[in-house]
Every structure is written in C-alpha cells, then in structure tokens.
Write a protein that binds this ligand. Structure first.
Ligand code: FE2
Length: 206
C-alpha cells in the first residue's frame, strides 16, 4: 500500500497585494489536492484487488481504474506544485544575491538576470490556467523556463522545479481582478523568499 501524503503547514506572513483571505482560500485548495491524491491511491488499491466472480481480478473496475490513474497526475502535481509555491511565500521575502549559484546559473542561461526576469514574466502571462516554472535540468546542467497547463500538462520529465508561480485565477482574481494579472506577477516577486529557490537548486544539484 502506498504511503499517505501529509498536508504541510506554511508560515506565510502578510503579503504585498495578496490578501490573507486569498492565501487562506488557496491553502484550502491545496488541502483538496492532498485529500484527492490520497483518495486516488486508496481507490487504485481497492479497484486493483477486487475480484468479481464474473470477471477476473481488477477487471470489474477496469475503466474506473484507468480513469482515476489518469487523474492522479493532476491531483499529485496540484499537491506538489502548491508546496513549492507556498514555500516561496514563507518567512518573508529575501533577495536573490548576485553571488549565489542560482543567480550565476540564470546569467549563464540568459546572459543577464533582467533578461531572464522579463522572459519569465512574459511566460507567466500565458493565457489559460497553469504554472510558470523555472526548472533545473541535471542532465544538461542548465535552467529552463517552461509553462504547465492545469497542474500537470507539460511538466518536464526529470527536471527539478526551482521556482513555481501559480497562474490559476484563484491565486489572484479576488485581489487583483482578471485585469490585474500582471501586477500579481510583480507582487509575487516582491513577496518571494529567494532562499527557497536557492535551496531548491542546491537540492537539485546534490
Ligand atoms: Fe493554486
């Protein structure tokens, strides 16, 4: 039987632009992903083991089983993506120091930090719901920007997320309205604890 995923707790201070109510509601959505990921794993166990006298073991729920198995990527990534996102907002903002390995890797990839920053923010404005992500690829020792649709469509295999920005409307619409999406992205970076990203890169390289 698979281990159950445990809901994490986050120490998020008052943020610029993003209200405490939005954070509270957003954390409830995270809780939902944890519950649903666990529920799917339990159902996969249940449906895989059942044995009908008319059909072989596991066949009675074969269709449901494949559908919930397909759904697992959405729920699991919804869980994990939010753990990265909320960790970025924990314990107050810290700057990205110019001498840090992350800053150097960004410069190696894009020439300057400002060029990467402009491109990342442009990517975050992609239409539709999803995530703007800065990844580290251990295979080629480089950073890559990429967009994920929903929670899981477009995740890059084998790469480690370094920075994950939630661009679903639930992240910002209550505080910014749909037209304020760009300001939400700006404020996210004002609120960002870059140390969490630096830690992600350190762990990805180890
Ligand atoms: Fe979200």
């Amino acid at each position: 039987m698979a281990k159950q995923f445990e809901e994490k707790q986050f120490n998020i201070p008052d943020l610029k632009g993003i209200s405490n109510q939005t954070v509270e509601e957003h954390l409830k959505l995270y809780t939902g992903y944890v519950k649903n990921a666990n529920l799917i794993l339990a159902k996969v166990d249940e449906y895989s083991e059942d044995a009908s006298p008319l059909v072989g073991a596991g066949e009675e729920h074969a269709y449901a089983l494949s559908e919930i198995q397909r759904r697992f990527g959405f729920e699991f990534d919804g869980l994990r993506n939010h753990e990265y996102y909320f960790a970025h907002l924990e314990n107050g903002s810290t700057p990205l120091t110019a001498s840090s390995p992350l800053h150097k890797a960004i410069e190696e990839g894009w020439g300057t930090y400002d060029r990467w920053f402009a491109r990342f923010k442009k990517m975050a404005m992609t239409r539709g719901v999803g995530w703007a992500v800065l990844y580290y690829d251990k295979h080629t020792d480089q950073l890559l920007n990429s967009w994920i649709d929903e929670q899981h469509l477009g995740h890059l295999t084998g790469l480690s997320p370094i920075l994950m920005l939630d661009m679903w409307e639930h992240s910002f619409v209550a505080d910014y309205q749909p037209s304020g999406k760009k300001q939400y992205v700006e404020d996210f970076f004002t609120n960002l604890n870059w140390q969490s990203c630096e830690k992600n890169l350190e762990e990805a390289k180890s």
